[in-house]
Design a protein around this ligand. Structure first.
Ligand code: NAD
Ligand code: MG
Length: 397
């Protein structure tokens, strides 16, 4: 029996996680659920899964949740705020943490869970992008297990030799085992065929209408700018210790091949499946076993074709910016991520155009001096610094 904390249980990944858990009551027990503000859904989830602890973002949301739980006669402890997220993810009752909060807010509860030696199912790529080496060190120090949930990284994990990354992303170990490169597939998002002029005019709802995946709004915009793929290049580098030059992005619009590993002997190993996050979630929950996930089977006979294209840095400058930030190292990936979070929020709020997102990120990167990211304090400083700079860029438009 695995005892689970879901950080971000009301989001797209959180809801899919609970759907897999629901299918296996003999294997999984939910001990803690957290959400920012969706009290209604969290209360429903508490009624179904009966956790010991529920955490929300504010005192007001906590009072509302307590009222809902009292009406339903449920005994669930309710806490709120950033420290309470850490209490949930490091609780002695919990051995497995689904890290599915979106953005930098997920960093502290996830890294603390790593230090506490939990099994971490990592959906929240921003946490790893921000703190790279520190995050992987925390996994090693805490003797935690790290399983990637991001579909591409889960595919790579399944395609690597003797998949075990809990050694802290040891540099070059996969290259020593004959891995030549990682081929990170990308759908290209909803705007793959749009001109630069058309891109300037797209709306938040168009950006969030992904052709293959249903996801939260922030990652949907990241998919449309392809910053998502940029963040995933950085994520792959830290997870697998493969050098950036050996991580290639390939556009594959059908999202059937979730990523591939090329070996020096000419073999390429890929993982295929429906674009349904319950597959990687079930893999992480049950690892090293396999369980039923409620996912429709791939029907090869109904598949028309699988196609591949090069990713254009001109159309998707965010991918190039991510490689640059990774090459620069230190706090630059954290800076990229924070500037992007502010830029995406601005676009979703209608403050600026879609094409300004990459411009904001680029201008922030150009203003920041590279320093080592050798402590969490430095990472949090870099995050705040980049947010302030991004805000200034937006105010100057
Ligand atoms: P979402 O917006 O649907 O859900 C986010 C969750 O985080 C919600 O439960 C929300 O309450 C919580 N949250 C938001 N801000 C918070 C804060 N400040 N403090 C505490 N909790 C907060 O997002 P999602 O699509 O489920 O994505 C979650 C993470 O998983 C992201 O990092 C995303 O990049 C990653 N991911 C998602 C998918 C997908 O298919 N949705 C695929 C791969 C990776
Ligand atoms: Mg992904």
């Amino acid at each position: 029996m695995r005892n689970i904390c879901v950080l971000g249980s009301t989001g797209s990944i959180g809801v899919n996680t609970l759907d897999v858990v629901r299918r296996h009551p003999n294997l999984f027990s939910i001990k803690a659920l957290t959400a920012n503000s969706n009290v209604q859904l969290l209360a429903k989830q508490c009624a179904e899964f009966k956790p010991k602890l529920a955490v929300v973002g504010s005192e007001l949301a906590a009072r509302q949740l307590e009222e809902e739980l009292a009406l339903a006669n449920l005994k669930v402890a309710v806490l709120f705020g950033p420290q309470a997220l850490i209490a949930a993810s490091t609780s002695e009752d919990v051995d497995t943490v689904m890290a599915a909060i979106v953005g930098a807010a997920g960093l502290m509860p996830t890294i603390e869970a790593a230090r506490a030696g939990k099994r971490i199912l990592l959906a929240n790529k921003e946490a790893l992008v921000m703190s790279g080496d520190l995050f992987m060190q925390a996994i090693k120090q805490g003797q935690a297990e790290l399983l990637p949930i991001d579909s591409e990284h889960n595919a790579i994990y399944q395609s690597l030799p003797d998949a075990n990354i809990s050694n802290g992303g040891a540099r070059g170990i996969y290259e020593q085992h004959g891995v030549k490169e990682i081929l990170l597939t990308a759908s290209g998002g909803p705007f793959r065929n749009k001109s630069l002029a058309e891109l300037a005019m797209v709306t938040p709802d168009q950006a969030c209408a992904h052709p293959n995946w249903v996801m939260g709004r922030k990652i949907s915009v990241d998919s449309a700018t392809m910053m998502n793929k940029g963040l995933e290049v950085i994520e792959a580098h830290y997870l697998f210790g493969v050098s950036p030059a050996n991580i290639k992005v390939v556009i594959h619009p059908q999202s059937v091949i979730h990523s591939m590993v090329r070996y020096i002997d000419g073999s390429v190993i890929a993982q295929l499946g429906q674009p349904d996050m319950r597959t990687p979630i079930a893999y992480g929950l049950a690892w090293p076993n396999r369980i039923e996930a409620g996912v429709q089977e791939l029907d090869f006979l109904a598949m028309k074709d699988l196609s591949f294209e090069a990713a254009s840095f001109e159309q998707f400058p965010c991918v190039k910016l991510a490689y640059q930030a990774l090459d620069a190292g230190g706090i630059m990936p954290c800076t990229l991520n924070a500037a992007n979070e502010v830029a995406v929020q601005g676009f979703l709020n209608g403050t600026h155009q879609f094409t300004k997102i990459s411009e904001i990120v680029e201008r922030v990167l150009n203003q920041v001096e590279v320093i080592k990211a050798d402590s969490l304090e430095t990472v949090l400083f870099a995050d705040t610094q980049a947010r302030n700079l991004a805000q200034q860029v937006i105010e100057g438009f």
